[in-house]
Ligand binder design. Sequence first.
Ligand code: AMP
Length: 186
Amino acid sequence: MNIIFLGAPGAGKGTQAQIVEKKYKIVQISTGDILRSAVKAGTPLGLEAKGFMDKGALVPDAVVIGLIKDRIAMDDCRNGFILDGFPRTTDQALALDKILAQNSMSIDHVVNIDVPQNELVQRLLKRAEIEGRSDDNLDSIKNRLVVFEEKTKPLIDYYKKNGKLRNINGLGSVDEITGAIEQVIK
Ligand code: AMP
């Protein structure tokens, strides 16, 4: 089973992807985590990505598409995967379709976790206190939400058209939201 988790920053994609990864034995692929590791390790990829991430801007499409292309071709993806934080632009979604076709794969479900904007800001500010992510400051948060509205939200329509979209209310306890996700992916 191959799944995409769509949703704004703070919607709970990462939390839910980790739960689904364990329960269904399919791998979570988080472009944000891959990029954060690269920044921490000080690799050329990390050095390129850091400026964009700190501002709350998107890392260029070509960079993340390259990452996903290599990651999806790895053996552990054969059992299934959850894309968490990719695609985020229409060009990324188009590139993903090509990569999947090249690997004789397809997406089964696109789970859109919907959370109102004011709740997202509260959650991200709270996460800033707990995790200390360098992009969880108010300026960056505001920018990431604008980027989501402008660049990522159009993907909801893109996946609605191909019949893969499953909408989930992202307000509630972690367990409730996991339950709602399981209803649509089983
Ligand atoms: P996330 O952990 O998914 O919120 O991602 C953190 C940051 O990494 C984002 O604000 C972007 O700067 C960058 N990033 C993660 N995924 C992507 C993507 N698919 N396209 C472009 N930038 C991304």
